[in-house]
Design a protein around this ligand. Structure first.
Ligand SMILES: NC(=O)c1ccc[n+]([C@@H]2O[C@H](COP(=O)([O-])OP(=O)(O)OC[C@H]3O[C@@H](n4cnc5c(N)ncnc54)[C@H](OP(=O)(O)O)[C@@H]3O)[C@@H](O)[C@H]2O)c1
Length: 326
């Protein structure tokens, strides 16, 4: 395909899947503020859990909601029709153990992504941005100890299966299939792999990573391990998704992770700002966990905000939503 044909027009018509979710809501807001006309898919446009989208600035003129399920190819095709770009964000992110991972996680992630990609090929979409995850990067027992993980590192599907890490498996298989499909069908696809996404919530429902922080504030976290996490602000993830969409030179996968932090340090930081929550105590040390690098994304021009800002804005938004007692 000619380079010129691939050129992205800023402010054109784009489609975004799973628009009512945590990450996607911020991306819808960002796209609308940049003058894009957004075809946003939700499973139920009448459900009040999606009503926050209609209140966004420029939504009246530039936001159209489409009813679509990832497993219903025709619904995806209809939503993406007329769009230059597609942001595929939707994927199940469980908050508890899932009884039937094949049906509840793997099929919507893998078949769902294939449906989106097929629709994009059919419609000759110029660029597709697929939201993968750090979960598709970090579960790799063969990666050399101490070596920082970059985009070359992939979670090992066998290891995910053996350890019953079904969410990691769903994201790894979906992302690997994405690049296979893109190559075979000459489709311009870029993936972004965010780490643990925190930040203020816009949507009325509780997504998994928001619940992670709320459980820390409430002392409800089940694991007592002092594990290593990489956090990233939801607004910085939205910026990264738009950046890789708009920059013609963007290609391949991009890790999107800003702050490596162990749970104890995260608790200490929160306690220094909010001393009165019921934080977990007596954490046990663990010596696993790798650092990951977002250098590739930074070279493209990505910047991220300080962790303290993310934590304060998160907690204040939970308080405003009545999710914390004080
Ligand atoms: N939050 C994180 O820490 C994090 C980190 C790395 C990557 N990610 C990725 O970021 C994306 C968004 O995650 P999130 O944290 O924003 O989670 P979320 O708020 O739970 O959003 C997930 C979205 O996927 C939609 N969805 C699930 N199954 C679907 C299906 N069969 N058909 C259509 N839509 C479906 C959900 O729609 P309903 O509302 O109808 O259920 C929801 O809008 C996911 O791809 C996730 O893997 C998230």
């Amino acid at each position: 395909m000619e380079e010129e044909a691939r050129a992205i027009k800023k402010g054109s018509r784009v489609c975004l899947t799973g628009a009512g979710g945590f990450v996607a809501s911020w991306l819808v807001k960002l796209l609308l503020s940049h003058g894009y006309h957004v075809h946003a898919t939700v499973r139920d446009p009448c459900d009040k859990k999606n009503s926050h989208l209609k209140k966004l600035e420029n939504a009246m003129e530039n936001l159209q909601l489409f009813k679509a399920d990832l497993l219903d190819y025709d619904s995806i095709l209809a939503a993406a029709a007329g769009c230059e770009g597609v942001f595929h964000v939707a994927s199940p992110v469980p908050t508890t153990k899932v009884p039937n991972p094949e049906v509840e996680l793997i099929s919507p992630a893998v078949t769902g992504t294939q449906n989106v990609l097929k629709a994009c090929s059919t419609l000759r979409v110029k660029r597709v941005v697929v939201v993968s995850s750090g979960a598709a990067v970090i579960l790799n027992p063969h990666w050399p100890k101490g070596k920082v993980m970059d985009e070359e590192c992939w979670s090992d599907p066998e290891h995910c299966r053996m350890t019953e890490n079904w969410y990691c498996l769903s994201k790894t298989l979906a992302e690997a299939d994405t690049f296979k499909y893109a190559k075979e069908n000459d489709l311009d696809v870029v993936t972004v792999c965010p780490s643990m996404v925190l930040g203020p919530i816009m949507q009325p429902t509780l997504n998994a990573s928001t619940l992670f922080l709320i459980n820390i504030l409430k002392g409800l976290r089940e694991s007592k391990e002092n594990s290593l996490y990489h956090t990233v602000d939801v607004r910085d993830v939205a910026d990264a998704l738009l950046l890789v969409y708009e920059k013609p030179e963007a290609s391949g996968r991009y890790i999107c992770a800003s702050h490596p932090i162990k749970i104890r340090e995260l608790i200490d930081t929160l306690r220094s700002i909010y001393p009165n929550y019921n934080y977990p105590n007596n954490l046990t040390e663990v010596d696993y966990g790798h650092l990951v690098s977002s250098e590739k994304l930074k070279k493209l021009g990505w910047k991220c905000r300080p962790l303290k800002e993310t934590l304060v804005d998160s907690v204040e938004s939970y308080k405003e939503a009545g999710l914390l007692n004080n």
